[in-house]
Write a protein that binds this ligand. Structure first.
Ligand code: HEC
Length: 156
């Protein structure tokens, strides 16, 4: 690891500005990093919401509402630019079919945005049965797109 700037705090040397190999922003593949960061945020918000609905973690209405509005907000981010021409390969699980049928792929993104927005609305009602149902509908938008467009492992 190359140190661009070195900072010493309490005797610990910290490299500021250097990106180690596990960095979330890969400078040579910025679009791949962008879209994976988007989906990582989506996954790390949706995951605990599902855990709460399933009872794996205690129900907390205020937290669930917060997560659902975060999820809806993140979903609106225009991740389409992360699928720009030229970003098909590299360290990615995005299947080549995406670029053969971008319109259909974008329809799936539209569904994700619509259902996460609906989930944020339903969350505010506090109606646990309705929340569970809408979480299921939202989960189907993930699966619907992944089945078609996301590989299990890195492709290249
Ligand atoms: C429009 C299609 C689409 C929808 C809808 C979608 N995903 Fe994905 N997701 C992808 C693609 C494509 C990738 C692979 C991106 C890559 O590797 O470049 C991905 C990757 C991921 C990843 C891995 C991110 C990483 O760290 O690399 C997670 C986690 C994830 N999705 C969760 C979700 C969840 C949860 C939902 C629903 C709330 C969802 N996705 C909805 C297409 C979609």
């Amino acid at each position: 690891m190359k140190c661009v700037k070195t900072v010493v705090i309490a005797g610990v040397i910290i490299c500021a500005g250097a990106l180690p190999s596990w960095a979330h922003i890969e400078k040579t593949e910025p679009m791949q990093s962008l879209r994976q960061s988007y989906f990582a945020l989506i996954g790390m918000t949706f995951g605990p919401m599902a855990d709460m609905v399933k009872g794996k973690i205690d129900w907390d209405q205020a937290t669930f509402e917060r997560w659902s509005s975060d999820l809806a907000a993140v979903a609106t981010y225009k991740v389409e630019r992360g699928f720009a021409p030229g970003s098909e390969e590299g360290r990615t699980r995005a299947k080549p079919d995406i670029w053969l049928d971008l319109d259909e792929f974008k329809e799936h993104l539209g569904e994700l945005r619509a259902e996460t927005a609906r989930l944020a609305q339903v969350a505010k009602s506090g109606d646990r049965a309705a929340i569970q149902a809408q979480l299921g509908v939202t989960g189907k938008t993930c699966k619907g797109c992944h089945d078609e467009y996301k590989a299990k492992d890195y492709l290249y």
